[in-house]
Design a protein around this ligand. Structure first.
Ligand code: GAL
Length: 684
């Protein structure tokens, strides 16, 4: 569906249609500016190569200043101006932030925390996903907007709300309690089934009536773990439900306009199960901001890769990222020269067919006035704007890439929201476990070897991968356990880690020795976990030094086909197995029982990948310092080569037509620090 959108954008020098190219633009908030600025906006957008903007995201109070007052005049003019300028509009439904009149008239729309505090207006997104009153008003607004702009030629997509759940995912109000009970009735049908699933025989928690059930509000001790888990599932579903009702109304009024909403696959945003949401919209959109740290661009790559995974390898829309600093980190670091293009192109490398920013013009007032934009406070005569316009030209060069899919890598890393939620709950062997960090470390370690990997969901058909890595796949229902077994029996190579396969979908332990869901497949049995205190480490007898932290396991090998790849050399389990691999016909199932971190994993990975013969596809000098991703269509493969370092890297031996980047004297591409090259090769 994103191709429908791209084909509607006008791309020629005078705004006429030509062949589709990548979309380029930003959130555009003209209501923050006097009318005369709008003309300059359109002129500069054209100069920068902008062909799409998202409008109206926070405009509810402007569009509907009072219950029965509507003001569309300004938006009509903005839509017309953009259309005349050849710029398409991704029109927001404007429901993200309710206006003061609504929260004053109906304070019962305001979210409530676990401790019972109301989240008052004054910021944004102060609404309960389950409030019938909020929904009624939101849908009234959506209907008005959809009916008014249904036939407007600038309209190319609908943008439902904004970052659903960014600030209001967990609401513990009475509305939430009612909706939670309805959700639980639908899931369990009888109260006995719920009691069984929640293990309420423990701590006298048995329910005799649905009305006794509450969200996991602030309690005297640890709330029931399955109640907590179900509340996470419910909260994600409640927002998904909001997405669906807006979408259904939009589809009723404008059946031919694609509908999207911007996800937040980035960092520790974990409340929304986007793998489950993706099917609800016509194309996946994501917002991503670079998080400072040693793995910052690997994290960007990981997130973009995961977005591609939830889009089933189809192109997606980068709805927001930043040209430079943001305003919401403790210290907001400006990007260095080259970062702006490199970051954007890394998203394109992983399937983004649209590159958009928050926001077009940097605000002069409000909480985000220090957040960078395409047009900074200093105006168009600035390094940022010049880099923005330069990227616009680069994206035009990359027109042939539009619509191409991700070329499947040989390694898949499974990322699963349910395991993320379950593995990080309270009252566990350690509260130091960081699910996403473990997955990111495996990813970085693969990049350090020069190998390509796809981040995929637990619902993905695994057979397309020679190696499947499942970091901390903690929650494994019976069906997934069978699927992983089948994958290995049919020749796949599975790599599993500590605290995987320990519980079922109700967060009940698979009994008989850990990891119950994988025990037979791995040919090992764990009697006890040995989490490590902060600062404690264990040595492994791998080639070189491998140091484990966070976790160890007391492992017994139970199958003759298991090879011990490494033992603990120190710690409580010194002399016992630390890394194992069971051979199953042509396949294998390996287990890594401690946290090795990026460097330790890079040392172990060659051994783990060896049975599948997976290695680097890069020229020697580029191995580990360059990230390779590949997009492809029927005719061509597009190799994106991203310099992960601040050094110059020659790509000697890499053949193909250089679409973006420069060649050295030998005719092969050379990457400057942080540069991206794109090479096209015929598809074979
Ligand atoms: C996003 C949001 C935008 C803007 C941006 C700043 O969370 O959708 O409206 O606030 O962050 O980085």
């Amino acid at each position: 569906m994103i191709s429908t959108l791209l084909s509607q954008l006008r791309h020629g020098p005078d705004g006429e249609p030509t062949t589709p190219r990548l979309a380029y633009g930003a959130d555009y908030n003209p209501e923050q500016w006097p009318r005369e600025v709008w003309d300059e906006d359109i002129r500069l957008m054209r100069e920068a190569g902008v062909n799409i903007v998202s409008v109206g995201i926070f405009s509810w109070a402007r569009i509907q200043p009072a219950r029965d007052a509507w003001d569309f005049g300004w938006l009509d003019e903005v839509m017309d101006l953009l259309h005349t300028g050849g710029i398409g509009v991704d029109l927001a439904t404007a429901t993200a932030s309710p206006p003061p009149w609504l929260s004053t008239e109906h304070p019962e729309i305001l979210p409530v925390t676990a401790a019972g505090e109301t989240l008052w207006p004054g910021g944004r997104q102060h609404w309960r996903p389950t409030s019938p009153v909020f929904r009624e008003h939101a849908l009234r607004l959506v209907r008005k907007l959809a009916e008014r702009y249904a036939d407007h030629p600038a309209l190319v997509a609908w943008h439902v709300s904004n970052e659903l759940g960014c600030h209001n995912v967990y609401d513990y109000s009475d509305d939430a309690a009612r909706a939670f009970r309805d959700w639980l009735r639908a899931r369990y049908t009888t109260i006995d089934t719920l009691n069984q699933a929640w293990g309420t025989a423990f701590w006298s928690q048995r329910y005799s009536d649905w009305e006794q059930i509450l969200p996991p509000r602030l309690a005297a001790s640890f709330p029931n773990p399955t109640q907590q888990l179900d509340f996470k599932r419910f909260s994600s579903d409640a927002l998904k439900d909001h997405l669906r009702v807006e979408r259904d109304l939009l589809r009723e009024i404008t059946p031919n306009v694609p509908v999207t909403t911007n996800f937040m696959v980035m960092g520790n945003t974990k409340g929304m199960n986007y793998a489950d949401w993706a099917a609800e919209i016509d194309f996946v959109s994501n917002d991503h901001y670079v998080l400072p740290g040693s793995q910052d661009r690997d994290e960007l790559s990981f997130s973009a890769n995961l977005v591609s995974g939830i889009s089933a390898g189809k192109p997606w829309f980068l709805m927001e990222h930043s040209t430079s600093a943001v305003n919401w980190q403790p210290v907001n670091v400006a990007k260095r020269p080259g970062d702006l293009a490199r970051d954007s192109l890394l998203h394109v490398a992983h399937g983004a067919d649209a590159v958009c920013y928050f926001q077009w013009r940097q605000s002069a007032a409000g909480a985000e006035k220090y957040h960078s934009a395409m047009v900074p406070h200093s105006g168009a005569d600035s390094e940022v704007f010049r880099a923005v316009a330069e990227l616009g030209r680069t994206l035009r060069t990359l027109a042939p890439v539009a619509g191409s899919d991700r070329e499947t890598a040989r390694v898949g890393i499974v990322f699963d929201w349910e395991s993320w939620w379950a593995s990080e709950q309270d009252s566990h062997p350690t509260d130091r476990l960081d699910y996403r960090q473990e997955a990111l470390d495996w990813y970085s370690a693969l990049l350090d070897l020069g190998a390509r990997a796809d981040i995929v969901t637990a619902q993905t058909a695994l057979d397309r991968y020679d190696v499947v890595i499942t970091p901390v796949l903690h929650m494994i229902p019976a069906a997934l356990s069978k699927e992983l077994t089948r994958y290995v029996e049919q020749g796949g190579h599975l790599v599993s880690t500590y605290f995987s396969g320990v519980v079922d979908e109700n967060d009940h332990i698979w009994l008989g020795g850990y990891p119950g869901a994988l025990r037979d497949l791995l040919g090992i049995r764990i009697e006890e976990f040995g989490p490590l205190l902060d600062g404690d480490t264990v040595e492994l007898d791998l080639d070189g030094t491998a140091t484990g932290s966070l976790w160890t396991d007391r492992i017994t090998v139970t199958d003759p086909e298991v090879e011990v790849l490494a033992h603990y050399r120190s710690g409580t389990y010194a002399g016992r197995p630390a890394v194992t691999r069971r051979t199953v016909g042509g396949g294998s199932a390996a287990y890594v029982s401690t946290r090795l971190g990026r460097a330790g994993l890079a040392g172990l990975l060659p051994e783990l990948l060896a049975p599948a013969g997976v290695g680097s596809e890069l020229p020697d000098a580029a191995r580990g310092v360059v990230e390779l991703t590949v997009r492809r269509n029927a005719d061509s493969r597009y190799l994106f080569l991203v310099n992960r370092t601040d050094e110059t890297v020659p790509l000697t031996g890499l053949s193909g037509e250089l679409l973006v980047g420069s060649a050295g004297e030998d005719g092969f591409p050379v990457l400057s620090p942080r540069e991206v090259a794109v090479v096209s090769q015929p598809a074979t």
